[in-house]
Design a binder for this molecule. Structure first.
Ligand code: ATP
Length: 364
């Protein structure tokens, strides 16, 4: 089968009810997902949730048990991996150690029998883009980890793939280099307008790099949205917990409104009446050391007002992280600007704006 060439450099990728099991493990479980042409999506999830298996299915390295992969509306299930217009970059660069940097980058073009005089400028241009021109003649065995990954990225992109799959490519690099490499990948993929799926288990990396995040838990995609939506409106309690550093207040929904012990006010909740949990990130809450006894309940713009005692206040670089034990016995954390005067044991009031709260039912 020959895939049609399209006007856009990036392909539209669609996974349709894709499943793959290994013995009793459902590594990829009925996944349906769509990536627009030229988009950059992070496939985020904890170790073992099925991310690498999903990439292998898309690339054609592993056959699906059911469902399929579409590129620009065409099923590619029967197309061998080497004939799919897909570039791959793995955690380990898998270079040819006896070849030079230039020969490694040129390898795919040679396999495609691109004449040397056409291949050479493409390779040179790509080496310049990954800032390796000065090392073109060096054997890849004598490169640093970051330089090896630059070669791997150049080797994938020089073939002008329509879809680029990156499987935790920077997990073995140190923190400073990872930040540098993220910026490089984003610049290169934006320029090439290639559709990109970037696998990571690191929330910060996903948020920094991608327009969209697809969250994978236990073989399933549990949500696909812009990064900020995962923070402000997590699609599930599991998603909120995976993003971490969030507060959970146990309570109850009655007549469509959430309340919890010791709180004034209530929150509109689109979940069935019964036990529930309110989720709110520490940076979205407001903390005041005003004594509020006898003050009115929350204003219309607020959702909940909770009283408690400050139990710890830690300097965290960009903010002060304050733990509060609430009158209702629950606890939560609030981030306040550095320099805010909070003493341990202070009576405090925490206000949760309506926009910061998401409620999930926890009953059966
Ligand atoms: P990590 O982030 O640790 O690489 P992952 O999210 O990429 O993990 P996968 O490597 O896709 O997860 O594995 C998903 C599940 O499938 C795991 O339970 C894994 O043990 C299992 N699995 C993956 N490949 C195979 C295989 N070839 N044979 C048997 N089980 C496998």
């Amino acid at each position: 089968m020959t895939l049609p060439t399209a006007s856009s450099p990036g392909a539209r990728l669609r996974l349709v009810n894709l499943s793959k099991a290994f013995g009793g493990t459902r590594a990829v479980d009925n996944v349906t997902l769509e990536l627009g042409p030229g988009s950059f999506t992070a496939l985020l999830g904890p170790s073992g949730c099925g991310k690498s298996t999903m990439l292998s299915l898309i690339a054609g390295l592993v056959d699906a048990d059911s469902g399929g992969v579409e590129l620009d509306g065409h099923r590619v299930d029967g197309v061998p991996a080497e004939h799919r217009p897909i570039g791959l970059v793995f955690q380990k660069p898998l270079l040819f150690p006896h070849l030079s940097v230039e020969a490694n980058v040129a390898f795919g073009l040679r396999m495609r029998q691109v004449p040397r005089r056409e291949a050479r400028p493409l390779v040179r241009d790509m080496l310049a883009k990954v800032q390796l021109s000065a090392l073109a003649g060096r054997r890849v065995g004598a490169l640093s980890g970051g330089q090896e990954q630059r070669v791997a990225i150049a080797r994938a992109l020089v073939l002008s793939p329509r879809l680029l799959l990156l499987d935790e490519p920077f997990s073995q690099l140190d923190a400073t280099l990872r930040v540098e490499m993220r910026a490089l990948v984003r610049a290169l993929t934006d320029e090439a307008k290639v559709t990109t799926l970037f696998v990571t288990h690191d929330q910060a990396e996903a948020v920094e790099l991608a327009e969209d995040i697809a969250l994978m838990l236990d073989g399933r995609i549990t949500g696909q949205a812009a990064a900020d939506v995962f923070y402000t409106r997590p699609p599930s309690l599991a998603a909120a917990r995976f993003f971490g550093a969030t507060n959970e207040l146990p309570g109850h929904v009655d007549a469509g409104r959430f309340t919890c012990p010791g709180a004034r006010g209530s929150v509109l909740a689109d979940v069935p009446d019964g036990p529930a949990v309110l989720v709110a990130r520490p940076e979205t809450l407001q903390l005041s050391t005003e004594v509020l006894s006898g003050t009115p309940g929350p204003t219309v713009a607020e959702a909940l007002r909770l009283c408690g005692i400050a139990t710890t206040a830690r300097f965290a670089g960009t903010h002060l992280s304050v733990d509060v034990r609430l009158d209702g016995e629950a606890a939560l954390t609030v981030h306040v600007p550095v320099g805010t005067s909070v003493e341990l044991g202070d009576d405090v009031t925490v206000t949760a704006p309506r926009s910061a709260c998401t409620v999930f039912g926890t009953g059966r």
